[in-house]
Ligand binder design. Sequence first.
Ligand SMILES: NC(=O)c1ccc[n+]([C@@H]2O[C@H](COP(=O)([O-])OP(=O)(O)OC[C@H]3O[C@@H](n4cnc5c(N)ncnc54)[C@H](O)[C@@H]3O)[C@@H](O)[C@H]2O)c1
Length: 329
Amino acid sequence: MERLAVGLIGCGTLSSYAHGPALRKLERMYEFRAIADIDPITLNAFSKRFGVDRKYTDYKEMISSEDLDIAIVATPTPTHEEIGLYVLNHGVNLFMEKPFALTLEGARNMIEASERQGRALQVGHCVRFWPGYVQIKEQMSNGDYGEPLLAKAHRWGTMPAPLWYRDPAQSNGVGLDVAIHDLDYLRWLIGEPKSVYAQGRFEGKLPMTVQAVLEFEGDAIAYIDASWDFPPSWRFATFFEIIGTKGMAQMDSRESTTLEVYTGHTSSASSPREDDAYTRQLAAFWEPARGGKPVLPATDSYKSLELALALNKSLNGAGRVELKREIAQ
Ligand SMILES: NC(=O)c1ccc[n+]([C@@H]2O[C@H](COP(=O)([O-])OP(=O)(O)OC[C@H]3O[C@@H](n4cnc5c(N)ncnc54)[C@H](O)[C@@H]3O)[C@@H](O)[C@H]2O)c1
């Protein structure tokens, strides 16, 4: 198997629990060649922990000095567009963390650069790789649940520690940063929604909790609830439920039996936890980075960003936002 050389830009919270361990597990596919972070303390600690000696405080220097096949970008969201464009315009395949960018224009610019340069671009929508969510998607595609009627998605956590999350201009709040995971998954599972209506709790201008209803073509509606309002002692938790005309599934990260499926008069319970999503999503980038077909096209992730921004618009007082009208404008 050809090993691709990877450079990681941003060695903070997410990279420490997700990308660093995933790259170490995927050594047959990837050579973890170099790392970059503007903070030398973070950089040195990460270098020691993951055994990566080639380190840079300037990511541009890393791109010009190392012959990289892939750069993973896990820096604060407002830096995504500038760093992503630099990576792609220097001929390196890009794995970009979610949210793709703060604006649709930023995401569009990166998609155009990837097409112009003939380089792969995948956004870190990791929920599409969590085993339980994948099982529900497969069973939905097999028709086990029939036509979708109702979905419910919760993503409950505490405020992340890095200070940039507290600035609405930088993180855009819990809608863009957290709810986007379930928006992306619902689009994958059910299809494109017709409308979104959101309300929330703010601290100053920062959305801390969002509660939203989405209407889909046909009869389906979904309720999502994402929050940073839980106390620091709370352990991050997710809940997902889909009810269709023939059956349903319910998944709760707080239960030891995480996934329950009910179809007709039978039910089953399982705990699909094996193999983490961060490893699976990076493994899925190997083929596209060698010129193969994208597993998760960036144009698809663009639509999830578009939906998250429509949710934010509703949250900020626009009421029910009709998505077809939005897209046509
Ligand atoms: N997929 C997921 O489930 C998930 C989870 C958490 C965060 N995220 C996303 O990942 C990104 C990073 O989040 P985080 O919580 O790790 O943030 P963080 O603040 O903990 O880490 C970001 C790191 O990037 C570094 N950095 C900042 N600007 C830089 C630059 N110009 N060049 C190089 N390094 C730079 C910082 O010094 C810091 O170490 C965000 O976009 C966030 O929304 C995704």
